[in-house]
Design a protein around this ligand. Structure first.
Ligand SMILES: *Cc1c(COP(=O)(O)O)cnc(C)c1O
Length: 433
């Protein structure tokens, strides 16, 4: 998808010099092969290594399902399809990139990796990948998520990972954040700072990231490629493709082959990103260079961002609580190829409940943002009588989100929407580039 962009993608900048980053700048943080993929803006296909394919066979290809029962419940003429990524134990698409990243780390002789996790899906996926390839994993889990989802820790530890609630007192940046905001529930941005600090100070250790970066989208393009193959078999052509967007990896992966077609003028598909109203990177953010973390240590990415100092309310869709967005998706949004919508979480859980009752699968809160947008799209078709074909990414299951479902049922789920003043505070933390 990246090589098909109309305008060249904005380069990654070094946080010190503000000059474009070379591979040498990124290698102390990330594995060599992933750095190469991150900086590769010209090759449109990179083969999946054989060992990664073997692992994928355990749970891929993932199903593409027609949501007949949801269509019926809505009384819509629209045809709704979804690609379901929740069939592995980690419960989401994140395993697709975790296994690829750990494969390349092992090839390089890396023995230890660090990362952050929000809702816990990425940490679990990484723990599974590390168990498979025999690497050791240290996971900084956003404090509010670790409190909401204690069972996630148990799963990660079962796969051999060590898990710390972030901000923690084990890192310099964690101690600084705790001193400034003792009651903070943490954020992905804080946890990333801690994980990078440990990675750069531990021998033979690298940092791995489960979203946002272009190499993660590359790994997730397996979702889109499988979907494209499955739909082509039955000559199904989507009119609109919808996905939830945290850092953009599932959405980017799902739309990759279809967006490439759109950029080449081969289709006229609409693409829609859906985010929480509590963390509205696309719909209320700014297109600017920003850090990926609260501690301002990462290279700078040009993206839609709320500012690295923005700490979103403890919304239950932990996987969508990141201040920024992948840079290629940001550019596509900026150039009008991608639309975006934001929803409050009570409406999202209402959509999740309708989906569970009609289709049977209990969706993750993150995925349910896409479901809400799909339902609105399908109801619009009912008004106009159009039989549009809607495709969406059902990124995961909600088995670890039962406390969120329970609060929704009890009527205690809150909709925390940041005020313009809250957002201005985050935007004020943007670096002057
Ligand atoms: C992490 C996660 C997301 C959001 O991450 P992206 O990188 O934007 O895809 C969405 N759904 C689930 C189930 C997740 O675990």
């Amino acid at each position: 998808m990246r090589p098909a962009l109309k305008n060249p993608p904005a380069p990654i900048l070094h946080p010190g010099t503000l000059q474009p980053c070379g591979a040498a700048d990124l290698r102390p943080i990330f594995c060599d092969e992933l750095v190469k993929q991150e900086l590769n803006t010209t090759e449109s296909r990179i083969p999946i290594p054989e060992e990664v394919r073997q692992f994928y066979k355990m749970y891929r290809p993932s199903p593409v399902v027609r949501a007949y029962f949801l269509e019926k419940a809505l009384g819509t003429p629209a045809k709704i399809y979804y690609k379901f990524e929740g069939t592995n134990t980690s419960g989401s698409h994140k395993l697709n990139s975790a296994i690829a990243q750990i494969y390349y780390a092992k090839q390089q002789g890396i023995t230890d990796v660090t990362t952050e996790t929000g809702a816990g899906q990425w940490g679990t996926a990484l723990a599974m990948a590390c168990a498979y390839f025999g690497l050791s994993a240290k996971v900084f889990m956003v404090k509010v998520s670790s409190q909401q989802k204690p069972h996630r820790r148990a799963v990660m530890e079962t796969y051999g990972a060590s898990v710390l609630a972030s901000p923690s007192d084990t890192t310099k940046v964690g101690r600084e954040i705790l001193a400034a905001m003792p009651d903070t529930g943490g954020s992905l941005g804080c946890a990333i700072s801690e994980a990078i600090e440990v990675a750069t100070q531990t021998p033979n250790c690298r940092y791995v990231l489960g979203s946002v970066l272009n190499h993660v989208l590359l790994h997730q393009s397996v979702i889109g490629l499988e979907t494209q193959a499955a739909l082509a078999k039955f000559d199904i052509r989507p009119d609109v493709i919808i996905g939830c967007a945290g850092g953009g990896s599932n959405l980017g992966g799902l739309i990759a082959p279809f967006m490439t077609g759109r950029l080449k003028g081969e289709n006229n598909i609409r693409f829609v990103a859906v985010e929480p109203a509590s963390c509205p990177s696309f719909t209320r953010g700014k297109f600017a260079y920003d850090f990926g973390d609260t501690g301002k240590t990462t290279p700078l990415l040009k993206m839609y961002t709320l500012g690295s100092g923005f700490i979103p309310a403890p919304n239950h869709a932990g996987g969508l609580r990141f201040h920024g967005m992948n840079s290629v998706l940001s550019q596509l949004y900026n150039e009008g190829y991608l639309e975006a919508k934001a929803y409050e979480q009570n409406k999202v859980f209402e959509a999740a409940t309708l989906f569970a009752r009609s289709e049977g699968t209990l969706p993750a809160p993150e995925s349910s943002h896409a479901i809400k947008a799909v339902i609105d799209e399908a109801l619009a078709c009912k008004e106009t009588g159009e039989a549009r074909t809607i495709l969406f990414g059902l990124t995961g299951t909600g088995y670890f989100d039962l406390s969120a479902y329970a609060s929704y049922q009890a009527g205690t789920l809150t909709d925390a929407i940041p005020t313009d003043a809250d957002l201005a505070k985050g935007i004020a933390t943007l670096p002057a580039v």
